[in-house]
Design a protein around this ligand. Structure first.
Ligand code: HEC
Length: 191
């Protein structure tokens, strides 16, 4: 009995070391899309509600608290690492992309010339020193509602500017227009 269990564990280990199969890739992508969709609807809902009720200066706290909370909850539930990354961060501690993410985000900016930014995504199995990972990114296009906190100087109300200066003295995430992408969702799954 004991021996049998040992054999099946060894088999499982051997199987997980195989390169990802097309079926697995499709399944991971499906799951990643679901996580992103859920993230967008949760955060978007809370953000819009606070913006409408109390205005953008007050909604800053939704982005500061709810966004990281939703990301860690999704990571805890799935065992994957779920985050938002950007080439121009507001919160560098959470949003700074690693080398792979930088490359994908730069590529999204090129692909935007020919593709709908709302559909930009990229997935790949990557071998890293810590092991093999399924990695996935989906672009986050700018929308009207984002301009009040990430837009050009004229688009951001003075009280929002003041609050951002206090909370994020190293903010790089302003000056965006509607035809740009703000960053990307990033998912990293150990294989
Ligand atoms: C009420 C102000 C506000 C609005 C509106 C807003 N954001 Fe943000 N955004 C923030 C703040 C504050 C942070 C930093 C959050 C943190 O501390 O993790 C942030 C961070 C981000 C990040 C993480 C990367 C980084 O720069 O640190 C992304 C991506 C992002 N916002 C995209 C968007 C998009 C897309 C929209 C529109 C759908 C939007 N934001 C609307 C305030 C806002």
């Amino acid at each position: 009995m004991k021996k049998q269990r040992l054999i099946s564990t060894t088999l499982l280990l051997a199987m997980s070391a195989l390169p990802a199969l097309a079926d697995d890739m499709a399944q991971y992508q499906d799951e990643s899309r679901k996580i992103v969709k859920e993230f967008v609807s949760q955060l978007g809902g809370e953000l819009q509600k606070e913006m409408k009720t109390n205005g953008p200066a007050s909604a800053i706290k939704v982005c500061r608290n709810a966004a990281p909370a939703i990301a860690s909850e999704a990571s805890r539930k799935t065992g994957w690492n779920v985050s938002r990354k950007s080439l121009k961060t507001r919160n560098a501690a959470l949003g700074m992309p690693d080398a792979w993410e930088q490359k994908v985000l730069a590529d999204f900016e090129k692909r935007m010339e020919k593709e709908n930014p709302a559909n930009l995504e990229f997935a790949e199995v990557v071998a890293e020193p810590q092991g093999k990972f399924y990695r996935y990114m989906k672009a986050i296009p700018m929308q009207g509602v984002c301009l009040k906190c990430h837009g050009t100087d004229e688009a951001i109300p003075q009280n929002v500017k003041d609050a951002l200066k206090t909370d994020y003295p190293h903010d790089k995430a302003t000056g965006y227009t509607l035809d740009q992408i703000r960053g990307g969702f990033s998912i990293k799954r150990p294989l």
